[in-house]
Write a protein that binds this ligand. Structure first.
Ligand code: NAD
Length: 368
């Protein structure tokens, strides 16, 4: 198969973790006999510096012409004073909208060897295996009007949360279908006791749920969900929610399973899928070679599974990550005091080695 992929390393730790993810992708492609066509383009702050636009047309066209996009991260303090349309994050929002990727899937899995990395007690985090399904193109991040008005000292700011029934319906179907391939449970998270948008959300999700009699649907307010995530994380299977709540809860889920650096994501629903680790550009550690590349590497697994139906390829990467962690390998974010620490590059190496061993174990002969 030809894997035609645009790679957008972006800013901060983005290029560091993306390099490792691409190395793993190259190993897997060779192992499974796929041909890779990679186009690297700038996005976010890197694109602002090179083209004065966080999503230059050249980058967008390359993404639209590919089968999948692998992104690192965007943003950084040096861009914080830029006007909002010139912020790195606005390039990412435009890209998501242009690709039509309305469904963001964020698995939060506690690898058994990482139980002791969680800030929660092992017995609480043990067995956690959920997917957060976050609506990605609606809600308060996109609603109009949005502006700041008035003179200094007397300004007011407005953002608008808006959802339509079709937008809620399509993301609800994604969550219910996904639950059918898992533990048949959907928890829909909203703030229906306060927000009109959430009351509409709850009504539409309930209606869609009637088409999935085999899936158990429950509703939770976002404040209780935040608490349940830390008291009973293993209860969740598919957590369905709107854009901003999903943004917040998925970072919380990252903290619970050990490190934000472990979390992968897939944004799907359009022709071209977008795959990126959940974390940001981590300016505090950028350039030091200490970032955890596993979120980016696991994003490659999601890319192969969702954009190329490469279940076995994805399994190969996920098994390799699990094996490498079980052998005690840790980047700085995962290490305990006294444990030796791998650099980003070394962790990437460990995973490509494990991918090759997986090949031997499954008698797969690398195609050269
Ligand atoms: P962040 O995710 O970059 O960092 C939060 C914390 O997690 C930091 O302590 C960081 O060191 C740590 N961390 C993140 N990724 C890690 C990794 N791979 N390995 C080890 N530790 C890791 O969030 P932030 O600090 O709030 O944001 C920094 C910048 O990133 C901001 O400009 C923000 O807008 C941007 N951002 C971008 C995205 C994206 O590109 N999708 C997402 C979130 C934030």
């Amino acid at each position: 198969m030809l894997l035609n992929i645009t790679v957008l390393p972006g800013d901060g730790v983005g290029p560091e973790v993306t390099d490792e993810a691409v190395r793993v992708l190259e190993s897997v492609a060779q192992l499974f006999g796929h041909q890779l066509s990679l186009a690297r383009k700038d996005v976010g702050g890197a694109a602002l510096l090179s083209a004065n636009d966080p999503l230059p047309d050249d980058t967008l066209q390359a993404c639209l012409a590919s089968d999948a996009v692998l992104l690192g991260a965007v943003g950084g303090p040096s861009f914080d004073k830029f006007p909002s349309h010139l912020r790195p994050e606005s390039g990412l929002l435009r890209l998501r909208r242009a690709l039509g990727v309305f469904a963001n899937l964020r698995p939060a899995v506690c690898f058994s060897s990482l139980e002791d990395c969680s800030p929660l007690r092992s017995e609480i985090v043990r067995g956690t295996n959920m997917v957060i399904v976050r609506e990605l193109l609606g809600g308060i991040y996109f609603g109009e009007p949005r502006h700041t008005q008035g003179s200094a000292g007397n300004r007011s700011a407005t953002d608008t949360m808006r959802y339509s029934e079709p937008e809620i319906e399509r993301i609800a179907h994604v969550a219910f279908e996904l639950a059918r391939s898992r533990r048949h449970k959907v928890t829909s998270v909203d703030k229906a006791n306060v927000l009109d948008c959430s009351r509409l959300w709850r009504g539409v999700v309930s209606r869609v749920g009637q088409q999935y009699a085999d899936v158990k649907l429950s509703h939770m307010y976002v404040d209780s969900a935040a608490m349940a995530l830390v008291t009973n994380p293993s209860d969740f299977d598919v957590l369905l929610t709107e854009n901003m709540f999903g943004d917040i809860l998925s970072d919380q889920a990252g903290g619970i399973v050990g490190s934000l650096g472990m979390l992968a994501s897939a944004s799907v629903g359009g022709r071209v899928g977008l795959y990126e680790p959940v974390h940001g550009s981590a300016p505090d550690i950028a350039g030091k070679g200490v970032a955890n590349p596993l979120g980016a590497i696991l994003s490659v697994a999601m890319l192969l599974r969702h954009s190329f139906q490469g279940n076995e390829e994805a399994q190969c990467i996920e098994t390799s990550v699990s094996t490498v962690l079980a052998a005690g390998n840790r980047t700085r974010d995962l290490a305990k005091a006294g444990q030796s620490v791998l650099t980003t590059r070394e962790m990437g190496h460990k995973i490509t080695d494990a991918v090759r061993k997986y090949a031997t174990a499954t008698s797969r002969v690398p195609v050269t």
